[in-house]
Design a protein around this ligand. Sequence first.
Ligand SMILES: NC(=O)c1ccc[n+]([C@@H]2O[C@H](COP(=O)([O-])OP(=O)(O)OC[C@H]3O[C@@H](n4cnc5c(N)ncnc54)[C@H](OP(=O)(O)O)[C@@H]3O)[C@@H](O)[C@H]2O)c1
Ligand SMILES: *[C@@H]1O[C@H](CO)[C@@H](O)[C@H](O)[C@H]1NC(C)=O
Length: 307
Amino acid sequence: MSWHSVFSIIGCPLGLLYIFNIVLSHKRRKDLKGKIVLITGANSGLGKACVATFHQAGCRVIMAGRNHEELNKVREEVIKKQLPDTFSPEILIMDLMDYKNMQEYVSKGLKIFGQIDILINNAGVSYRGEISDTQICVDEKVMAVNYFGQIALVKEVLPHMKQQGGGSIVGVSSVQGKIAIPYRSAYAASKHAFQAFFDTLRAEVSSDNIHVCVVSPGYIQTNLSQNAVCGDGSTYNKMDSTTATGMEPGLVAQRIRQAVEFRENDIVLAPFLHKLVMCIRTLCPSIFFLIMCYRAKSGKKQHSKCK
Ligand SMILES: NC(=O)c1ccc[n+]([C@@H]2O[C@H](COP(=O)([O-])OP(=O)(O)OC[C@H]3O[C@@H](n4cnc5c(N)ncnc54)[C@H](OP(=O)(O)O)[C@@H]3O)[C@@H](O)[C@H]2O)c1
Ligand SMILES: *[C@@H]1O[C@H](CO)[C@@H](O)[C@H](O)[C@H]1NC(C)=O
């Protein structure tokens, strides 16, 4: 068989699938003016950028987070700009580790503007370490914030969205929700679980006019690596060069806004190389595993230890 025919056998169906995907995902633009948006992790990084972006789009923003002082600083920065036709954001204290009390947090959130139209599950914690020296309580913490807290929030908001006739739920995952890399076990596992939950959710609520989108960014310039938890439970406290040279949080926030406006289902915001690796993971897993083994060996000193 010639290369030409191999390409047409593989290429044609892939090309058709690609076109089908574009046709299926094409939706009409929704107006965001006046919509009520709840954003978690609103005090820093991507969450903070989302507050500014949705505020500028004319949304009524509920900023959820743990630290009132930090949230208020962001709130004041946003109000200072005094843009026409915008609403002052409001603050909602919410600790995702305390997800057993989610009902209380959400009922407070609903009282602020009366409902929630758009939920942006953005808060998250990263992790650094090797599986063999990571305490199970660290895995539990990462799962609590990145998975259980997120799904508890979705479960509490969902009945209200159904009752009001629709809404949008955005989950901020990561490229590591699609591929798992060495020395990030807890983080990658939490984001994989997150993706799976949202994929199920998307299907289940599609008849309720509720739009679900998973956003999987590559590196973003935030404090995520500094705030990462290490295998022994300490804080990593270092800015990784990958994070420092990542995407601008503002650009990612704009893309999230677009995903809500156009009701997109699943977006990956990453360089071509990351997308290629995702493809290899699906189509030729053995090659992916080889690359990861190499990466684990070459990056052992650099990535596995916190101190
Ligand atoms: N930066 C990247 O390279 C990157 C890449 C892919 C995906 N992401 C994802 O983007 C999202 C935002 O992260 P970021 O990059 O903006 O990092 P960040 O600046 O560290 O922000 C993380 C946010 O999550 C909040 N948070 C942590 N634990 C919490 C808890 N128990 N309860 C409530 N909130 C909690 C933090 O609040 P406190 O300040 O109170 O801790 C903070 O607001 C995360 O889901 C992350 O996984 C980031
Ligand atoms: C990172 O943390 C510092 C100190 O807490 C804060 O001043 C800064 O705004 C944070 N950066 C981002 C992008 O959130």
